[in-house]
Design a protein around this ligand. Structure first.
Ligand code: SF4
Length: 99
């Protein structure tokens, strides 16, 4: 079977997106915790924009800049109350161009 070559990598397509930062008003926050739950920890691996990281104390933190509003973290951790998730205010957040 012939291989279909698109010549465009996912990373290159995502690079086409732009993000308007709402300084000081992140639309997603992680609730304070001592030790992250398995679901919270999973966010460091499943977020396509790599917004979640563990700090030096092992707690999970988010930098919402670059969030693509895919909702993965919302499904995984909002029902348990581990994160608070809102859409960005109008005029802020991701601007999909060609991605
Ligand atoms: S909505 Fe998607 S892109 Fe945004 S922080 Fe959650 S998992 Fe990452």
């Amino acid at each position: 079977m012939p291989r279909i070559e698109t010549g465009v990598r996912v990373e290159d397509k995502l690079f086409q997106n732009r993000y308007m930062v709402d300084t000081g008003r992140p639309h997603i926050t992680v609730k304070p915790h001592d030790k992250p739950s398995p679901n919270l920890l999973a966010l460091t691996r499943v977020c396509p924009a790599k917004c979640y990281e563990q700090n030096e104390r092992g707690q999970v933190e988010i930098t919402a800049d670059g969030c693509m509003e895919c909702g993965t973290c919302r499904v995984l951790c909002e029902p348990s109350g581990e994160i608070e998730w809102n859409y960005p205010r109008g005029g802020f957040g991701v601007l999909f161009k060609f991605g």
